[in-house]
Write a protein that binds this ligand. Structure first.
Ligand SMILES: NCc1[nH]cc(CCC(=O)O)c1CC(=O)O
Length: 332
């Protein structure tokens, strides 16, 4: 075997413009920070080619499974997922090796003529494929006509340019990665409009047993503990509720020095009711330990575990207060 300089890390990604943009960013960052060469390997998934709505596809895992099989088969060394599209159940043989610094977690309105949610005319047509966004829209503006749409980011923006819809709601992160933020007419703040668990975060998935030196250096170079812990806290709500990425659930975590705070909200699909709770916990790190590589990974694991515990406790509280009666939570 050659040394790390003889290895090229193969980065598996979906073939959509958004997936290629984010995987390209990660591949470039790995090479810049470690000197390890990287190469993108696009894989087509059922979620990319299907014209069915996200809710009818079932949501959970339609984008992830082809990539995961590709990785397990050894056809690439790591895959880049939008973390919000990644099912929360552990996948045998794979693990999340790193979560890089999270992008903007907010949702954004892209409306015609600079309109905002408040200034859209009565009965305006607003597109989204997400039951959570539909519920949040209906809660604020019951008069809106919510249209179930699918397609990649540019396809959805085109519904507005063509005049077919008055507005669409999209993730600010995706718009940013594609250089489309000039289409945003309003950002929704996370306290009143929490978004999908882990929205804006990427998950780098690797094979459990792959401990190659080049891969370990790549993962360490892009890992961001606070982003990982925040996304993990939000996702553990979904995991505990046995819900999928299509469930009408919003979450927003903030991981600061020594503390994690978490907001979780469950919506009735028609927006008529919702339940929002907050929780928090102290982040435990082994105090005074030297900053060795072992210390870094030990402290990551401990921050992430604490964050997940906060998410589980919040999910239990949501259930105790009737979340399951508000919305269909369990994925199929
Ligand atoms: N559901 C599709 C999807 N998956 C990831 C993103 C981009 C945002 C992100 O990386 O979290 C989007 C588009 C959107 O929701 O507007």
């Amino acid at each position: 075997m050659g040394g790390p300089s003889a290895v090229t890390l193969l980065v598996g990604t979906r073939g959509s413009a958004l997936a290629l943009a984010q995987a390209g960013d990660i591949a470039r960052e790995i090479t810049e920070r470690t000197g390890v060469p990287t190469e993108l390997v696009p894989v087509t998934t059922h979620g990319d080619v299907s014209r069915e709505s996200l809710s009818s596809l079932g949501g959970t895992g339609v984008f992830a499974s082809a990539l995961r099989e590709f990785l397990l088969a050894g056809k690439c060394d790591l895959v880049v997922h939008s973390m919000k599209d990644l099912p929360t159940a552990p996948y045998t043989g794979l693990r999340i090796g790193a979560v890089p610094i999270r992008a903007d977690a907010r949702d954004a309105l892209c409306a015609r003529d600079g309109l905002t949610l408040e200034t859209l005319p009565d009965g305006a047509r607003v597109g989204t494929g997400s039951p959570r966004r539909a519920a949040q829209l209906a809660a604020r503006r019951p008069d809106l006509v919510i249209v179930d749409i699918r397609g990649n980011v540019d396809t959805r923006l085109n519904f507005v340019s063509s005049g077919e819809l008055d507005a669409v709601v999209l993730a600010a992160a995706g718009l940013g990665r594609l250089g489309r933020t000039e289409r945003i007419t309003e950002y929704f703040d996370l306290e009143s409009w929490p978004t999908a668990p882990a929205q804006g975060a990427l998950a780098i998935e690797v094979r459990d047993e792959d401990h190659s030196d080049a891969l370990a250096r790549a993962l360490a170079a892009i890992q961001d503990d606070a982003s990982h812990a925040a996304a993990a806290a939000e996702r553990s709500i979904l995991y505990r509720l046995e819900a999928g990425c299509a469930a009408p659930i919003g979450a927003h975590a903030i991981v600061g020095q020594g503390n994690v705070t978490l907001l979780g909200a469950v919506y009735a699909p028609d927006g008529s009711d919702s339940l929002a709770l907050t929780g928090s916990g102290d982040v435990v790190t082994p105090a005074g330990a030297p900053e060795t590589e072992d210390f870094v990974s030990l402290s990551s694991a401990s921050i992430i575990e604490t964050a997940e515990e906060v998410g589980r406790a919040l999910a239990d509280e949501l259930l105790a207060r009737g979340a399951a009666a508000l919305a269909p939570l369990k994925h199929n």
